[in-house]
Design a protein around this ligand. Sequence first.
Ligand SMILES: Cc1cc2nc3c(=O)[nH]c(=O)nc-3n(C[C@H](O)[C@H](O)[C@H](O)COP(=O)(O)OP(=O)(O)OC[C@H]3O[C@@H](n4cnc5c(N)ncnc54)[C@H](O)[C@@H]3O)c2cc1C
Length: 323
Amino acid sequence: MNHIYSLYICGMNPTKNNDNRAIAKMSIYDPPPERPSTLDCCGSGCVPCILDVYEEEYSRWNRRQNCEGDQLRRDLLSITKFKDYKIISFQELGNDVYMYTFAAIPLSKGRLPITDTQHVFVKSDGVIRPYTPVALSDNCSFDVIIKAYPNGKFTKLLLKKKINDIIFVRGPSGGIDYKGYESIVMFCAGTGIAAYLGLIRSILNNDKCDILLKLHYSCKTLNGILMRKTLAEYSAYWNCTVFLYLTRENNWSLCSKSFWYNENISEGRISHDIIEEIINQQQSLQTLWLICGNDEFNQFIFNELKIVNIKKDNIKIFHNNNK
Ligand SMILES: Cc1cc2nc3c(=O)[nH]c(=O)nc-3n(C[C@H](O)[C@H](O)[C@H](O)COP(=O)(O)OP(=O)(O)OC[C@H]3O[C@@H](n4cnc5c(N)ncnc54)[C@H](O)[C@@H]3O)c2cc1C
């Protein structure tokens, strides 16, 4: 039994379930430790011996499965009530895009119970907006990538805030179930990448999961690629390929000189022909199709997938705005 699947099944519709124990099941992927062979013990009387390490790890894992003593701080995040958080860092990533780190108050050890692709609701000065954490840390904080809009009700307010200012967070919500799929093809534009970073990381970190990942990420310019280094690291894995599309890079020959060695970058939009080729390559694979961009981008990709009769059930659109 692959543990990530059962966790996702439990977590599919958290908003409909107010039972904290059910929500607890949505924890991060947590497989049992691998049992060493008795031959793995070198026989030199090491302290601790590999076999003892295994027993200890196994009982710790067992306690976590029974929700005893894991480090998920369900007390610091609630689906129904906003809790106090503070801004502990922010950094401009470029083009009005910022990385914010929000931490629970009081600053605490442990992890927040948020799984990949889930979002949380952030409230400030009475305005509430959903955001998708891209990373969780062991001090009950999470990172979000936020694009600021000049007229944006929430982002305009957020930009005025300083380190240690208070905001309010509620969640988590959403999340996807990829049980039974052999491959996931992800399309995104701009900050839509936020929806996928956690998902990709957790699949790549799971040695037992061999789902093939293909990310097609559309950006305006080379400098506008968010988390470029992280994406380059992801593409070093055998089961992850990242394709980048630059739609408004006006000096292509100059820009192409600064591509990194394992980057797969092309000029222009994700076109009908490109999508056709992507679909052909997936023919023999049970594929989950994910889309996360603005409305126009989402509709275009969705229509292209529908034309070739990809079942609606296998397509998931992340609506990255509140309209
Ligand atoms: C489930 C979910 C997860 C989300 N995760 C993220 C995330 O991780 N990072 C992130 O940056 N945003 C994310 N969003 C979008 C976010 O919730 C806000 O909509 C966004 O930050 C704008 O809020 P605002 O109040 O500043 O703008 P608003 O006052 O709501 O809008 C003002 C104007 O800004 C422009 N605008 C607003 N949003 C968009 C958009 N998405 N695309 C193009 N133009 C827009 C429009 O011109 C709009 O008229 C997510 C949305 C959803 C539904």
